[in-house]
Design a protein around this ligand. Structure first.
Ligand code: NAD
Ligand code: UFG
Length: 331
């Protein structure tokens, strides 16, 4: 299939392009490079030895989306493009709502107008809010505490309504848990813009000497060691999940959790990183971060059954690959 990958030079998008190409699909990337680099296109080509088309466009711009669809014939769309920083979304709600919602609306509209049936959407476990883990796709979604989370919940609703009204449009909504790690080549990985907010990029930056220590946000949660528990998933497992989701799209809308089903605490991840890479990471326990929940991990039964997909890479591999990328990458 010829697949449009929006946000394809970004972290998860670039790894998914590799998996798509390795599975024999063709890839057209549309990215405005607001949080990524054009150089990533060459890295994807180098890893896969395949060609990739790249368009530097803004997919929240209706005219640019229309032009893209009128000049290309797509069999499916994987829509990663969007802003993703929870804290920033509280300061810039209009940017978040307009970028994340207009892109989803214009891409869905173009799919209907140009007869593109398959649509895969990047959602997030954040839509479960503070439900009781493990999170199941059938759970009632709880209100999110930030505009970023709201854009995911709203996009899910928009796509569901569009698919209901158009039987020729089918959607796979993927709720990601916590992707970390990098491609084993060390050529592509996560390059956070500005100050990293997420745990793994912060740890690798401490390891690199950019920061003195990691601040652990709270050790008084009701978890095994008091620190927050998350379902960390290797980004290549996540990428492979997208290929399965795209290929298995049938009709209507299906929602899938993409996680490992295993919870890991902040201190457990820290220790795994130290052991996997033979490093010591200084840390300090500080106050809880507002908006954080204690425990978040997936029930992965549905993805395993319907997509015949299961994450296979463990925490050590995630930590090794994240660090390999960080040591190879230069600004
Ligand atoms: P990323 O920032 O690395 O990638 C997003 C890409 O989209 C970037 O290359 C950026 O330049 C591009 N982009 C943004 N707005 C655009 C626009 N209007 N037009 C064209 N390109 C645009 O982020 P990521 O971590 O790869 O996340 C991909 C998707 O997955 C996002 O939708 C994100 O919300 C979602 N997600 C990510 C996580 C995570 O932890 N990384 C968790 C859950 C969901
Ligand atoms: N943490 C620290 N110190 C840090 C950063 C994080 O202790 O410097 C802790 C957090 O308190 C939390 C855990 O590490 O317990 C993971 O935090 P992240 O910021 O890495 O990830 P979150 O689970 O908070 O959020 C991420 C994405 C969201 C997405 C969600 C889906 O940032 O966009 O996963 O589960 F919605």
């Amino acid at each position: 299939m010829n697949i449009l990958v929006t946000g394809g030079t970004g972290y998860i998008g670039s790894h998914t392009c590799v998996s798509l190409l390795e599975a024999g699909h063709s890839v057209v990337i549309a990215d405005n490079l607001s949080n990524s680099r054009k150089e990533t296109v060459n890295k994807i080509k180098e890893i896969t030895n395949r060609d990739v088309l790249f368009h530097e466009i803004d997919v929240s711009n209706k005219d640019q989306v229309k032009k893209l669809f009128s000049n290309n014939k797509f069999d499916g769309v994987i829509h990663f493009a969007g802003y993703k920083a929870v804290g920033e979304s509280l300061d810039l709600p209009i940017s978040y709502y307009s970028n994340n919602l207009f892109s989803t609306i214009f891409l869905a509209e173009a799919c209907i107008n140009y007869g593109v049936r398959r649509f895969v959407f990047s959602s997030s476990a954040t839509v479960y809010g503070d439900n009781q883990a493990p999170f199941k796709e059938t759970m009632k979604l709880l209100p999110t505490t930030n505009p970023y989370g709201s854009t995911k919940e709203m996009s899910e609703r928009i796509l569901t309504d569009v698919a209901k009204a158009n039987s020729s449009f089918s959607v796979s909504i993927l709720r990601y848990f916590n992707p970390i790690g990098a491609h084993q080549s060390g050529l592509i990985g996560e390059i956070p813009k500005g100050h990293p907010n997420n745990l793994m990029p912060y740890i690798t930056n401490v390891a690199k000497g950019k920061f003195d220590k990691l601040f652990v946000f709270g050790n008084d949660y009701s978890t095994l060691d008091g620190t927050g528990v998350r379902d960390y998933i290797h980004v290549m497992d996540l990428a492979e999940g997208h290929v399965k989701a795209l290929e298995s799209i049938d009709s209507g809308v299906e929602v899938f959790n993409l996680g490992t089903g295993q919870g890991t605490s902040v201190l457990q991840l820290l220790k795994a990183f130290e052991q996997a890479n033979g490093l010591e990471i200084p840390y300090e326990i500080v106050e809880r971060r507002p908006g954080d929940i204690a425990t978040c991990f997936a029930d992965t039964t549905k993805a395993e059954k319907h997509l015949c997909w299961k994450a296979k890479r463990g925490i050590f591999e995630m930590c090794r690959d994240a660090w390999r990328f960080e040591t190879q990458y230069t600004d």
